[in-house]
Design a protein around this ligand. Structure first.
Ligand code: FAD
Length: 391
């Protein structure tokens, strides 16, 4: 019945969650409750982890308290999401003091991202730094302080991970850092990748373009190297194909999986991720939506839509708009169309830029613009506008 107060519960205060909550709050009359839940106090702007690991940012500069959303009339709960009952739209929470409770939703939006699982590779956590976390990126910056030459290895543990450009950007920023530090020939940067080439979903032209950017900086590239284990003592990586690689500093992208609460909710399929309608982000449960990294959206070319903030953001806007429409009856239904873009930092104050239609068939249609200063400035402005707009 129209006019009845509704409760929308958003799980996750990352990219998709914050965008959904703020968009909904703007579109819905006050009587409706918008609740957001995250275990963390702070929302993290992950693209800037690459600048944190090379000392261009401090951790305080790239995060904001999620509690700031309360100023906009959003209820913020800091708690661990233990269980999700998608049929009842009921979520079981445990807060820091250990007290637990259930909350019920009329609409449930799941934006819990991907959980990082470095422990799946023996030795990885002890041997290296995951620049996909705040602590890991800070640890890498610390290690670079003592680094006076040697071999830096960037490793992707599995072929699929969020922001497929990030390890390639990381390698180029590390190379730039060594050059600026005057290490010259004493330092070497290499990438060992589980995948066959950079950003494979974007097609051979973009993939080769990024590979050329990387190799043009003197970074050696070893695709299709799947790590088996890492020896922290000997600083040596062993790969499935029988080869090994030595390192002085190891910067790695760990394996990803859906968060436990999602895996145990019956929402995931055999891929391990949440299947959704690719245009509306509906799950198979009424009133339950999933957006962002936690979803698995197959593309016609056989691989899933890459995990990226730009998609989580747009999917969040679509879901918020359509929930508001369902409640108020105002407006027209909108759809997520698979369009996205990303900057590719290449070091030296430059970046490339890729943009296109990932839902295009039979293959995504993406164009890569060569690196220049303008795109780098674009990324700086994007960081600024992110916090201004959302938090
Ligand atoms: C180094 C790096 C660089 C990147 N650069 C870019 C870029 O340039 N462009 C781009 O588009 N994307 C980029 N990304 C990817 C982007 O950050 C993610 O795709 C995006 O954050 C996904 O949004 P999300 O809402 O799905 O998940 P997230 O933003 O990861 O949010 C998930 C939230 O859920 C919370 N959570 C999870 N489980 C629980 C639980 N059980 N209980 C309570 N809370 C929980 C987490 O604390 C987290 O806050 C980058 C990522 C990294 C790591």
């Amino acid at each position: 019945m129209m006019g009845e107060a509704k409760t929308i519960v958003i799980l996750g205060g990352g990219v998709g969650g914050v965008v959904t909550a703020k968009t909904l709050r703007k579109k819905l009359p006050e009587q409706h409750r918008v609740i957001i839940v995250d275990r963390e106090r702070d929302h993290l702007f992950a693209p800037s982890l690459l600048w944190l690991m090379t000392g261009s940012r401090t951790s305080g500069q790239i995060r904001r308290p999620i509690e700031r959303l309360a100023k906009s009339g959003i209820e913020v709960i800091q708690a661990e999401i233990e269980r999700i009952d998608a049929v009842e739209r009921r979520v079981h929470l445990v807060d820091r003091s250990g007290s637990d409770r259930d909350i019920d939703a009329d609409y449930l939006v799941i934006s819990l991202g991907a959980e990082l699982a470095p422990e799946r590779v023996p030795g990885l956590e002890d041997a290296g730094h995951s620049f996909y976390t705040l602590e890991g990126a800070e640890g890498l910056w610390g290690a670079l302080g003592d680094f006076d030459g040697g071999r830096i290895v960037v490793l992707t543990a599995t072929p699929a991970y969020k922001c497929p450009a990030a390890p390639y950007e990381a390698a180029m920023l590390l190379e730039d850092h060594c050059r600026r530090k005057g290490l010259g020939d004493r330092a070497e940067v290499a990438i060992y990748a589980a995948e066959a080439g950079p950003m494979g979903v974007t097609g051979p032209e973009v993939s080769n373009g990024v590979r050329q950017m990387v190799e043009g900086k003197g970074i050696t590239y070893f695709p299709e190297h799947v790590v088996v284990e890492v020896d922290a003592q000997d600083r040596r990586i062993a790969f499935e194909n029988g080869s090994t690689a030595d390192f002085d500093i190891l910067a790695y992208v760990p394996p990803h999986r859906a968060p436990r609460a999602v895996r145990e909710s019956g929402l995931v399929d055999e891929t391990g991720w949440v299947p959704v309608d690719r245009n509306t982000l509906d799950t198979r449960f009424a009133g339950v939506y999933a957006i962002g990294d936690v979803t698995g959206i197959p593309l016609a070319m056989g691989k899933p839509l890459p995990m990226a903030g730009v998609f989580a953001e747009r999917e969040g806007e679509v879901v918020a708009h359509n929930i508001a429409l369902d409640i108020t009856g105002r407006g027209e239904q909108v759809f997520f169309n698979g369009h996205g873009e990303c900057f590719v930092e290449t070091g030296g104050g430059k970046a490339g830029f890729g943009r296109g239609d990932f839902y295009a068939e039979p293959t995504p249609q993406i164009k890569l613009h060569p690196a220049n200063r303008r795109w780098h400035v674009g990324k700086l402005l994007f960081e600024k506008s992110w916090f201004r707009r959302w938090l």
